[in-house]
Design a protein around this ligand. Structure first.
Ligand code: FES
Length: 130
């Protein structure tokens, strides 16, 4: 029997048209810092690159070996954090991301953590470089 599709239309749209996804070689994208994390639950990985000016994220790009939920979540996160200060961006957590997406299936909630942690790693990298 066919199973019902459980992703919201917003999740599907972000998965199919991910915002701020880094196409091509990261060496061609000028960035101030980067962060990479792995999800211990599934082994997926996320890498994030940020441009920072006056303590604000002026641009963000990312790439991943993650699943559909991780792609949609990080796409949403990338929209949510642009223009925010570093501290404000750190406060954009999985709850805000999943709310922005109209929800995620309970067992896919951990996927929304991946982008958040990669961004936190990139911000830490930026601060370490100061
Ligand atoms: S299953 Fe790995 S991030 Fe979603």
């Amino acid at each position: 029997m066919e199973q019902a599709w459980v992703y919201s239309d917003i999740v599907k749209e972000h998965f199919l048209n991910p915002r701020n996804f880094l196409m091509g070689d990261e060496a061609n994208y000028p960035h101030d810092a980067e962060g990479i994390v792995g999800n211990p639950v599934c082994g997926d990985q996320m890498k994030m690159f940020i441009q920072v000016k006056d303590e604000k994220i002026v641009d963000v790009k990312w790439k991943t070996y993650g699943c559909a939920s991780a792609i949609a979540s990080t796409s949403a996160l990338s929209e949510l954090v642009k223009g925010k200060t570093l501290d404000q961006a750190l406060n954009v957590g999985p709850e805000e991301i999943t709310a922005y997406l109209g929800g995620l299936p309970q067992h896919k909630f951990h996927c929304s953590v991946l982008g958040h942690e990669a961004l936190a790693a990139a911000i830490q990298n930026y601060r370490n470089l100061l």
